[in-house]
Design a protein around this ligand. Structure first.
Ligand SMILES: Nc1ncnc2c1ncn2[C@@H]1O[C@H](COP(=O)(O)OP(=O)(O)OP(=O)(O)O)[C@@H](O)[C@H]1O
Ligand SMILES: [Mg+2]
Length: 610
């Protein structure tokens, strides 16, 4: 692990070469599993010792730490002592990386992650296949930044920070998970150039902070708000949903799905509880056969001999083991000396089951849904009592059923008065494709609905669900914060212009950082254009010129491959998403910039704890 810096090479290139790995980071295809950053062992690695000693005395040969003074006879004794102390500071298996090397390792990792997802950005972005090497070798085809990054096993700590912001973006606002990583990566790419120009990271951070404030204000001034006008607001929501869906698998039918998503979200009447919207995937048919259904659909069959339709249903949702009272055949050994005793045991067991079923029936219900199995005998008893009994409903299924029918999941039945039953108008069996399912309509939580997705295969359905989830999240956020912006690179150009002006007004080295921030912002429209196979340099310069006019609404029209009017094209985005992208990306870049040392610690061993 020699670390002789090649002269006149960029720091980034240097760090990669010094590692000896063939991963020259020049924008080409990136490896999926990031190689670990250049590392040095604090004590156990002979290489590290060699470097430390070399740093003190370039001519002296490598030598063990105990003889540091002997190895560097020219050094003053105090310095030798400090050096030996430093070496003893960390335990054997701890790894330490310092200064320039640590910073470069972080930059390389973060930029590699950003470049990895970069190609998926925008309406013409490509998808990625993620194949697991585990059992089943499951395959996921996706365009969603968070899904891609979540599936990677990464060793680089800075790259992990970017993966994390993408996840947080997904949880908070649902969309923009690629943009946030690309922007953070670009900020670090620019910062790296400034560090190479010997500008201190703290100066860069101060500049970035000023630029962030300016960019945010620029966005705030240009937001549009139609919350007073219901029709216009619905049109905004439709546009936002279509913009979100246009970069996804549903882009062909984006109008249809945008309508579905807007209808579903408007039913919630301002609530952001997306739990009330169930997405049910049923392979078969085409994406266009998907539909919105009011109420709740449970993917289960009605048992034999039980009513196929119930009106004014009183539902008991439970998670209970119906065989608790059964003698566990595998757990206990029962010795009997005659067959009649076996019959007695069976009878006793049946009696216990009957008692439990009677307790449940005593709740005055006509539908019983259990998370666990119900078994034949109790099922017969329920059928005799005219009760619809549904067994083995999945966990999410019963939780959602309890939520939408206004009930609570019960597990004990001794006090019927303390159990909250769910209610709905009609329960009936329906058919979707070839499958029979149970439909609960007129549920207590009137806003609840189900979107039934149809599609050619499980993979298509999974990606359709992720895309629809993005749209639903963004819409529910927009219903709360009704400010909207144009899309297609418009917000980034608006911010870049203001930040550029701020850079010109700011004296001192900070202005370089502010200028760099403006360039990083422009990387988003550049990437959207590049991914669509357009001449990004030409388009961005045209776009910049357009944005110097007052009240400009120009952005990239990827369909015609030119600068287009975002207002006419109806490409809109939510302000909340853009703001989250801006803030998280800057914070993450700042955090990585502050690093000057990476210490990798092994978990404490048992003997240390004692
Ligand atoms: N029709 C369009 N023309 C131009 N740009 C568009 C169009 N539709 C969307 N965009 C732009 O594409 C970008 C969003 O791309 P994409 O959805 O691939 O990434 P993301 O939202 O950051 O991440 P993800 O959707 O994976 O969470 C936004 O900047 C948006 O303005
Ligand atoms: Mg998106």
């Amino acid at each position: 692990m020699g670390c002789t810096p090649a002269p006149a090479v960029s720091g980034l290139f240097w760090a990669v070469r010094a590692e000896g790995a063939e991963r020259e980071h020049k924008g080409g295809p990136q490896p999926l599993a990031l190689p670990p950053p250049p590392i040095s062992k604090a004590r156990s690695s002979a290489g590290a010792r060699e470097r430390e000693t070399l740093a003190l005395s370039p001519e002296s040969p490598a030598s063990p730490p105990a003889s540091a003074a002997a190895a560097a006879p020219d050094l003053p004794p105090l310095l030798c002592l400090v050096s030996a102390q430093m070496e003893r500071l960390l335990k054997d298996d701890a790894i330490e990386e310092k200064g320039e090397r640590a910073r470069m390792a972080s930059f390389v990792g973060a930029m590699a992650i950003a470049d990895l997802v970069k190609t998926t950005l925008g309406p013409k972005g490509m998808d990625k296949i993620l194949q697991s090497t585990g059992r089943g070798r499951s395959v996921t085809v996706t365009n969603d930044g968070a899904t891609i990054l979540k599936s990677l096993h990464i060793d680089n700590p800075a790259a992990k920070v970017l993966v994390d912001i993408s996840k947080v973006q997904d949880d908070e606002v649902g969309d923009g998970t690629t943009s946030v990583v690309v922007l953070a990566g670009e900020l670090l790419r620019e910062a790296e150039k400034l560090v190479n120009m010997k500008i201190h990271p703290m100066t860069i951070i101060a500049g970035f902070r000023m630029a962030l404030e300016c960019a945010r204000n620029a966005l705030l001034q240009r937001t549009m708000d139609n919350k007073e006008n219901t029709d216009k607001f619905r049109a905004d929501l439709m546009n936002i949903a279509m913009t979100t869906l246009s970069s996804k698998i549903l882009s062909q039918d984006k109008e249809y799905f945008a309508e579905l998503a807007v209808d579903a979200v408007l039913r919630l009447k301002g609530s952001t509880n997306l739990e009330a919207i169930q997405i049910l995937k049923k392979p078969g048919g085409s994406l266009k056969d998907s539909f919105l259904d009011e109420g709740f659909i449970l993917d289960k069959k009605i048992g034999i001999g039980q009513p196929k339709r119930i009106e004014n249903a009183k539902i008991l949702v439970a998670n209970t083991a119906m065989d608790t009272d059964k003698v566990k055949i595998y757990g206990a050994r029962v010795r009997v000396d005659s067959m009649s005793k076996v019959a007695d045991i069976e009878a006793a067991e049946k009696q216990k089951m009957r008692e439990k079923v009677q307790k449940i029936i005593a709740h005055g219900i006509n539908c019983f849904v259990n998370r666990q199995l119900i078994y034949n005998f109790p099922e017969e008893l329920f059928a005799d009592a005219g009760i619809l009994a549904i067994e083995h409903a999945d966990f999410e299924g019963i939780e959602r059923l309890a939520l939408v029918t206004g009930g609570e999941i019960a597990s004990t039945f001794d006090n019927p008065e303390s159990v909250k039953l769910g209610h709905c108008k009609v329960i009936e069996e329906i058919m979707i494709g070839e499958d029979r399912l149970i439909h609960f309509s007129g549920v207590e939580m009137g806003q609840a609905c189900t979107i039934v997705l149809r599609g050619a295969s499980e993979h298509v359905l999974d990606e359709a669900e992720r895309s629809l989830h993005d749209a639903l999240c963004v819409l529910s956020q927009t219903v709360n914060d009704t400010r909207v912006l144009f899309g297609g690179g418009w917000p980034e150009m608006v911010m870049a212009k203001e930040v550029d002006e701020l850079a010109r007004k700011t004296p001192g080295k900070k202005s370089h950082a502010i200028d760099a921030f403006s360039r990083a912002l422009q990387a988003i429209p550049t990437t959207i254009a590049d991914n669509a196979g357009l001449d990004s340099a030409e388009l961005i310069s045209q776009l910049r010129a357009e944005h110097h006019k007052e009240n400009c609404t120009a952005g990239i029209d990827v369909i015609t491959g030119s600068v287009g009017d975002m207002q006419k094209l109806g490409i809109q985005e939510s302000f909340k998403v853009k703001q989250a992208i801006l803030l998280s990306a800057t914070e993450a870049a700042e955090m990585i910039l502050r690093v000057d040392e990476i210490i990798t610690c092994a978990p404490r061993r048992r003997e240390d704890r004692m």
